[in-house]
Design a protein around this ligand. Structure first.
Ligand code: AQP
Length: 343
């Protein structure tokens, strides 16, 4: 790997409903990064089973994410694309890192608290240790940069803490075995997309999410033009006029969300979008946003629908990707074991 090139790793869960948040918060950046960097993109199926997944649907969901990657512009010749469970190094490194991470660190993870709510006792242990598997995903490749939406910031920080503790705890062994001061690279989060946090269409203070029960809260990449139109029409708004300046928006979260989505899709600044719509009715903004989404998202959905059933094509991409991924992750795992004293 050339020193100036970033090694990029990121993943998306095959939990169904690939949505606009995944697209604007993550996939758009994945595509942009692939030309100038070494990029590794993973369908993180082991993460998805931390909550119940229908076994009959899981395989198709893995193919759906892969199709979503390709339809959005990822090129398997430029990026390594694979699914997590086919590279066993992730799970094995995860165990080793479980023994480095501290319970107190995991107790602070807000995503677990949000997802578990009052049912903490009934959640899978996997959901609790999810961030350690995520650290293993990243550290197995010594990735320097991790493009993610804002919701994943805390998990990347935990990955850095785990890498740093390992580097400190085993410093002398690392020096002896690798002749270097540090073994794991501390990964940098890249939270830089056009919209780092896309919010629910029904509640501007809640993240757009694949696990939200109501489909009306999100735009899925596989939505038809009619579905998009219906969801935007019914998206929550308020009764006030659209103001002239960003500073006047205050806590009108739903308006901020619609403007952000518009800006993210059109590539404009939020301020410019606002001045285009200030003084106008919400219905005018909603119609324009619908047109924009249909223009941008429907072609991706159509392409996904075209390739989603090409099982051999998608299977080959994942298999080839897994081989390339394994070639990087295996030596890292072996060296980690040697440093710990296991090999
Ligand atoms: N609403 C969002 N805005 C911006 N980025 C988002 N991401 C997810 N939701 C938003 C980013 O997408 C990438 C993949 O995330 P994931 O694997 O957690 O995908 P998901 O299961 O679809 O995530 P959800 O929708 O948030 O589902 P739940 O609520 O079940 O976990 C990540 O980079 C993430 O930041």
């Amino acid at each position: 790997m050339c020193d100036r090139v970033m090694r990029v790793f990121s993943g998306i869960q095959p939990s169904g409903n690939l949505h606009l948040g995944n697209y604007l918060g993550a996939i758009v950046n994945f595509v942009e990064l692939q030309d100038a960097n070494q990029c590794i993109y993973c369908v993180v199926d082991l993460h998805s089973i931390t909550v119940w997944q229908d076994p009959e649907k899981l395989k198709r969901n893995i193919h759906e994410i892969t199709a979503g990657f390709i339809a959005s512009g990822l090129d398997p010749k430029k990026s390594i694309i694979f699914n997590q469970s086919s590279v066993q190094e992730h799970a094995e490194l995860s165990w080793l890192l479980n023994c480095v991470a501290r319970v107190g660190w995991l107790n602070r993870m807000t995503q677990f608290k949000e997802k578990a709510g009052k049912n903490k006792e009934k959640m899978s242990v996997g959901l609790y240790t999810y961030p350690v598997l995520m650290a293993a995903d990243i550290l197995a490749y010594k990735a320097t940069h991790v493009p993610v939406g804002e919701d994943q910031k805390q998990h990347i920080e935990l990955s850095r803490d785990i890498a740093q503790k390992f580097n400190i705890d085993f410093h002398d062994r690392i020096l002896e075995i690798t002749a270097k001061d540090e073994f794991f690279v501390l990964p940098e989060p890249m939270i830089t997309g056009p919209v780092t946090r896309v919010m629910s269409l029904r509640d501007g203070q809640k993240k757009m999410s694949s696990s939200e029960l109501s489909d009306m809260t999100r735009i899925n990449l596989l939505d038809t033009a009619d579905q998009i139109s219906n969801k935007i029409k019914k998206a929550k708004t308020d009764s006030e006029a659209i103001p002239e300046k960003m500073i006047e928006i205050g806590d009108r979260y739903e308006l901020i969300n619609l403007l952000s989505i518009y800006a993210g899709i059109s590539g404009q600044r939020k301020e410019d979008v606002l001045s285009e719509f200030s003084g106008k009715q919400f219905s005018y903004l909603k119609e324009a946003l619908t047109d924009l989404l249909v223009q941008k998202i429907c072609p991706i959905g159509n392409e996904m629908n075209k390739i989603i059933d090409e099982k051999e094509y998608l299977g080959n991409i994942l298999q080839e990707g897994a081989k390339k991924a394994r070639a990087i992750a295996h030596p890292v795992l072996e060296e980690t074991k040697k440093i710990i004293g296991l090999a």
